[in-house]
Ligand binder design. Structure first.
Ligand code: FBP
Length: 559
C-alpha cells in the first residue's frame, strides 16, 4: 500500500481527534441495544417482505448505557468495503470502526476489501492496522481501499462472497454506501441468513447526494463537505461575475437524482436562479417551459442593465422533466431488452439508429429533436444498478443552446436588446474527495464506531444511525435502522426490483418552502453570498457549522 504524501494541512488535520457521542465514549462494553417496535417498508410491504423474509420487519435499535462486556470477550474479524461514489469522510468511517473494534478487544481485526464490492467476490483485501490507518485519519478520498460500483447479485457472486467471508472467518461485513449499495448490503444480509451463515451485515449511509435520509438518518455523510466545496466555488464565480458584470454562468451540480445539493448550495450563495428537479416534475414543466422561465429572467435583468447572472442546475434535472423522464425510461427498457443486438454494433451512431426504431414515434421524435451530443449522452451505458449516468449529460449546455435560440427570436421581434454571453460549469468530482469538514469528520467517525457496536451486538441488515445532528456531537443519538424499512419496488434495467427509496426534495418540506420565500429577491437584487473555503481551525461559528438544510429541517430560523 503506497504511503500518501502529506501536505502541511493534512499533517495538522491528522492530529484532530473526532468527538464521539457521549453514549459511545466509554466504549462498546458500556452500551446496550434497546429494541423499538417492528418496522415495515416505506411501500410495497408484501413484495418486500417476500423478497427479504429473514430481514424484513426488524425493530429499530437505539443504544443506551449498560454493561455489555460480554460482547467484547470473543475476538472478532470484520470486513469493510467502500461502495459507489466517493464522499468526504470515508476514511474516518474506517478509523471509527477500527477504534470501536480495538476498544472492545485489542485482538479484534479489521480487513478492508479492495476496489469496492468486487473485492469481496474476488477475495482481495488488506488488514487495516492502526499503523496503516494513521496517515488516512481526517483525510478525504477512498484511496485507502478504493471503491467500486459492482453489484453482488448473481447466484455465483453471492456464493463467492459467502465463501470468501467464511474462508476468512469474518464475523461481520460493513458496507459503506448510498441507496443502491445499501440495498445490496441488505441482499447480502438476507442471503447469508437464508444460507444459515452467522455473519452480520451493517450499512453506513454515504453519498454526497444527500438522498439517503429518513427519520433515523438525518443526512448521509459527505453532503456537508461537498456542498461547502461547491458553495465556495459558486461564491467565487459570483464575485468574479459581480466584478466583470458581463457573463451569465450556468453551473450544473452533482446529485444524481435529488436536488438537495443544488438547494443547499443555493442557500449558501443566493444565486439569481436555481432549478429544483422535484419542482419541475411536480409542475409537469416541459424543457421549453424551463427554458422560457430562464429567458424571462434574462430579459428582465437585461432591462435593468444587468447582462449577467448565475443559474444553478441539478445534474438530475433532465430526469425530472416529464417528457425526458418518459424518454429515459423507454430508453432504459430498450437498452436492456436489446443488449445482445446492441453489443454487435460498434459505433454509437449505429446504436442510436437501432434504438430509435424501437421507441414509440413520439419519443423517437423527441430524441431526434435534441442536440446530437445530448441524444448520444442519453444512450451511454447504465451503471451496474441501472442508473443513467447523469454526470455525463451536459444539461447546462443544452439549456444555454436553447436559451440562445429563444433570445435570438426575441431580439428579432424587438423584445430583447441585451447581451447574452454564457459560461458553463460542472461541479461534481471536485467535491467528492475533499478534506472532510469538522462536521463530516465527527459524523463519519461516529458512524464507523457505531457500526462496530452494531456488529459486536450481532445486528444484521441494519444501517448505522447517528442522529440529533444539529446538536453538539457529544449529544448525538446512536443506533441502527433496518435496511428493509427504507425499501420500495422500482423498475431497474427493465425489471421490478426492491431498492431503498431515494429521499427527494420535499416541496412541502421546510428547506424548499424557505427557498420559495426568498428566491424572488435573489433573482433581481443581487444578494450574493461568498462563503469562502471550509475552515478547520478557528472559532466554532466557522468550523462547526452544519448545513442550512439540516438547520431548517430541525426548525431553526435562517436569515
Ligand atoms: P453514490 O450514490 O454512490 O454516492 O454516488 C453519487 C454520485 O456522486 C452522483 O452524484 C453522480 O451522479 C455519480 O455518483 C457519478 O458516478 P461515477 O462516480 O460512477 O461517475
Amino acid at each position: 500500500m503506497p504511503k500518501c504524501a502529506c501536505s502541511e494541512l493534512q499533517q495538522e488535520r491528522g492530529k484532530f481527534q473526532p468527538v464521539l457521542p457521549s453514549i459511545l465514549k466509554k466504549g462498546p462494553a458500556f452500551v446496550k441495544p434497546k429494541l423499538g417496535k417492528a418496522t415495515k417498508s416505506v411501500a410495497d410491504q408484501a413484495t418486500v417482505k417476500k423478497i427479504f423474509p429473514n430481514t424484513y420487519g426488524l425493530p429499530a435499535v437505539s443504544f443506551v448505557k449498560g454493561n455489555n462486556a460480554a460482547v467484547c470477550k470473543k475476538a472478532v474479524r470484520v470486513g469493510v468495503v467502500l461502495s459507489g461514489g466517493q464522499a468526504p469522510g470515508g476514511h474516518n468511517v474506517i478509523g471509527g470502526l477500527l477504534d470501536g473494534l480495538k476498544k472492545a478487544n485489542a485482538k479484534n481485526k479489521l480487513f478492508g476489501f479492495l476496489g469496492g464490492p468486487s473485492g469481496i467476490v474476488d477475495n482481495k483485501f488488506v488488514e487495516i492496522t492502526p499503523a496503516l490507518m494513521k496517515d488516512y485519519r481526517n483525510t478525504g478520498g477512498f484511496d485507502l481501499i478504493q471503491s467500486g460500483r459492482t453489484k453482488i447479485e448473481t447466484p455465483e457472486q453471492l456464493a463467492a462472497a459467502k465463501n470468501n467471508l467464511l474462508k476468512n472467518k469474518m464475523d461481520a461485513l460493513v458496507v459503506v454506501g448510498g441507496d443502491d449499495s445499501n440495498t445490496n448490503a441488505c441482499v447480502i444480509a438476507e442471503y447469508l441468513k437464508q444460507q444459515g451463515v452467522d455473519i452480520s451485515v451493517i450499512g453506513v449511509p454515504k453519498t454526497i447526494d444527500g438522498d439517503l435520509k429518513n427519520e433515523h438518518i438525518e443526512t448521509s455523510f459527505g453532503f456537508d463537505t461537498a456542498t461547502k466545496i461547491y458553495a465556495e466555488l459558486v461564491g467565487n464565480i459570483e464575485r468574479d461575475m459581480n466584478s466583470a458584470r458581463k457573463y451569465w454562468h450556468f453551473v450544473r451540480l452533482m446529485g444524481r437524482s435529488a436536488s438537495h445539493i443544488t438547494l443547499e448550495v443555493a442557500f449558501k450563495t443566493h444565486p439569481n436562479a436555481v432549478l429544483i428537479g422535484e419542482e419541475v416534475l411536480a409542475k409537469k414543466m416541459t424543457l421549453g417551459q424551463v427554458v422560457n422561465q430562464l429567458v424571462d429572467l434574462i430579459v428582465k435583468r437585461a432591462k435593468a442593465g444587468k447582462n449577467y447572472g448565475i443559474v444553478l442546475v441539478p445534474e438530475g434535472l433532465i430526469e425530472f422533466i416529464p417528457e425526458m423522464k418518459e424518454l429515459i425510461s423507454a430508453l432504459n427498457d430498450a437498452l436492456a431488452d436489446h443488449e445482445a443486438a446492441l453489443a454487435k454494433l460498434s459505433s454509437l451512431a449505429e446504436k442510436k439508429e437501432f434504438i430509435l426504431e424501437k421507441l414509440p414515434k413520439k419519443l423517437a421524435d423527441l430524441m431526434k429533436s435534441l442536440p446530437a451530443g445530448i441524444a448520444s449522452q442519453l444512450m451511454l451505458d447504465r451503471d451496474p444498478h441501472g442508473n443513467v449516468q447523469v454526470s455525463l449529460i451536459e444539461t447546462e449546455k443544452l439549456l444555454v443552446e436553447m436559451i440562445k435560440t429563444r433570445l435570438a427570436e426575441l431580439k428579432k421581434a424587438g423584445k430583447y436588446t441585451g447581451k447574452f454571453s454564457a459560461i458553463t460549469h460542472f461541479f461534481g468530482y471536485e467535491g467528492r474527495c475533499g478534506v472532510p469538514s469538522t462536521f463530516d469528520a465527527n459524523y463519519t467517525y461516529a458512524l464507523g464506531y457505531n457500526a462496530a457496536v452494531l456488529a459486536l451486538n450481532k445486528c444484521t441488515g441494519y444501517l448505522s444511525s447517528v442522529k440529533n445532528l444539529t446538536k453538539k456531537s457529544q449529544d448525538w443519538v446512536c443506533g441502527g435502522v433496518p435496511l428493509t424499512m427504507m425499501m420500495n419496488i422500482e423498475r431497474r434495467k427493465g425489471k421490478e426490483k426492491p431498492v431503498i427509496k431515494k429521499a427527494l426534495v420535499e416541496l412541502k418540506g421546510k428547506p424548499f418552502m424557505h427557498l420559495a420565500k426568498v428566491r424572488a429577491a435573489w433573482a433581481t437584487e443581487d444578494l450574493f453570498v461568498f462563503p469562502g473555503p471550509i475552515q478547520f481551525f478557528g472559532p466554532a461559528v466557522v468550523t462547526d457549522i452544519t448545513t442550512v438544510t439540516l438547520q431548517l429541517e430541525a426548525g431553526k430560523k435562517i436569515k
